[in-house]
Design a protein around this ligand. Structure first.
Ligand SMILES: [Zn+2]
Length: 328
C-alpha cells in the first residue's frame, strides 16, 4: 500500500512532538535554524519539508500508520493507497473510502495531536478502519444505495441515526476485544441508544446494549441486519413501550418515541390520530399505536395527511388529471 502524507500534517505533527519534549525541541530548533542557511527560498522550503519528513519517520509515525492498517485484513488486501492529511481539530477528523475494486484509496484527515496520543489514535483510527473493513468485506454485504427510509424527514433522520449507531456499537464491541476501547465509550453508547430508540427505562437500555454487544463482539451483523434492526427497533423497546403506554402517559421530559426529543406536551393516541396510525407504523415499526407521541410529531403527520388528501382531490378532478397526465 502506498502511503501519501500531506506536508501540513507532517510539519504540524513534528512541531507538536518537539514542543512537548525539551530534548527533542533543542535538536529540532537547531536543525530548523540550519534550513535558513540555504540561499534561495525554494531551497529553504525544500530543506524544511525534508526536515519534517525525516523527523516524522524517525518518530515512528510512518510505521504507526502502515503497521496499523495491517490489522484490518480487507483494507490491507484491497486498498492501494492511504492518504493522510491534517484535520484542524479532533472533532473535524474524517475518513473516506474512494475508488473501486483494484484501485481503492482511503483518505484520513487526522489532528496532529491525535497522531501523538497512542490510545486515542488506536480508538479513532481503529473505529474508522474497522468501518471501512466492513464495507470491503463481502460477508458484511455493504450496499451503499440501501438506506433506511421514512415518510417524514424526522423518520428518515431517525432511521439513519439508528443505523449509524448500531453499526458503531458493533464496531466498538469488536474494538473492545482488541483492547482498543476507552472506558467511557460504552457509557456514551448507552445514552445514544436510549435516545435513538426512545428508551426511558435504565434497566431496558442496559439490557439492550449488553445483548447487542455480546452478540456482535464475535459475530458482527450484516448491512441488511443493521437496516432491519434500525427499522423494526429493539425487542426490549417494545416491552418498555407497552408498559409505559398501558400504565400512564410518559412523565414530562421523557423522550418522544418518534423524534426522541424530551417532551412535555403529549398527544394521546386518540381517535383523532387513528387514521394516521398506519403511516406512522410504516415509518416506526417498533411504535405501538397505544404510545403517546409529542404534539409536534402529531402535527407533522396530520399535515402529511392533509397534503395527501389535497393531492388526491386535485388528481381525481378530470380537469387536473387531463392537464397533468403523469400525476399519481
Ligand atoms: Zn416527537
Amino acid at each position: 500500500m502506498e502511503l501519501v502524507l500531506h506536508p501540513g500534517l507532517v510539519e504540524r505533527t513534528v512541531f507538536e512532538a518537539a514542543r512537548r519534549d525539551g530534548t527533542l525541541r533543542a535538536h529540532y530548533e537547531r536543525q530548523f535554524a540550519q534550513c535558513y542557511g540555504h540561499a534561495s527560498s525554494a531551497q529553504r522550503e525544500r530543506a524544511f519539508a525534508e526536515l519534517h519528513r525525516r523527523w516524522f519517520t524517525e518518530l515512528g509515525l510512518d510505521q504507526l500508520l502502515v503497521g496499523f492498517v495491517r490489522g484490518f485484513p480487507h483494507v490491507h488486501e484491497q486498498v492501494c493507497r492511504l492518504v493522510v492529511a491534517r484535520a484542524p481539530a479532533p472533532r473535524a477528523q474524517t475518513s473516506e473510502l474512494y475508488g473501486a475494486p483494484g484501485r481503492f484509496t482511503i483518505v484520513l484527515t487526522i489532528a496532529p495531536t491525535l497522531m501523538l496520543d497512542r490510545s486515542a489514535f488506536d480508538y479513532w483510527a481503529g473505529h474508522e478502519l474497522l468501518r471501512i473493513d466492513d464495507m470491503l468485506n463481502p460477508a458484511f454485504g455493504h450496499r451503499p444505495g440501501e438506506q433506511p427510509v421514512g415518510h417524514t424527514s424526522a423518520a428518515q433522520a431517525l432511521m439513519t441515526d439508528r443505523f449509524a449507531l448500531l453499526w458503531a456499537i458493533s464496531i466498538d464491541a469488536r474494538l473492545e476485544r482488541r483492547g482498543a476501547l476507552p472506558r467511557t465509550v460504552r457509557q456514551v453508547r448507552t445514552g445514544e441508544l436510549a435516545r435513538a430508540f426512545a428508551l426511558n427505562d435504565p434497566g431496558a437500555i442496559s439490557t439492550a446494549l449488553d445483548d447487542l454487544w455480546h452478540d456482535w463482539a464475535g459475530s458482527p451483523p450484516t448491512h441488511s441486519q443493521l437496516i432491519h434492526l434500525a427499522r423494526t427497533g429493539l425487542a426490549v423497546s417494545d416491552q418498555s413501550a407497552v408498559q409505559s403506554s398501558v400504565v400512564a402517559r410518559p412523565p414530562a421530559g421523557a423522550l418522544c418515541p418518534l423524534c426522541r426529543f424530551p417532551t412535555f406536551d403529549w398527544t394521546d393516541s386518540s381517535p383523532e390520530l387513528e387514521g394516521l396510525n398506519g403511516v406512522i407504523c410504516v415509518d416506526f415499526p417498533d411504535w405501538s399505536p397505544h404510545e403517546p407521541i409529542c404534539s409536534r410529531c402529531a402535527e407533522v403527520y396530520r399535515a402529511g395527511a392533509r397534503r395527501r388528501q389535497n393531492t388526491s382531490t386535485r388528481v381525481s378532478s378530470p380537469l387536473a388529471a387531463a392537464g397533468n397526465p403523469r400525476s399519481d
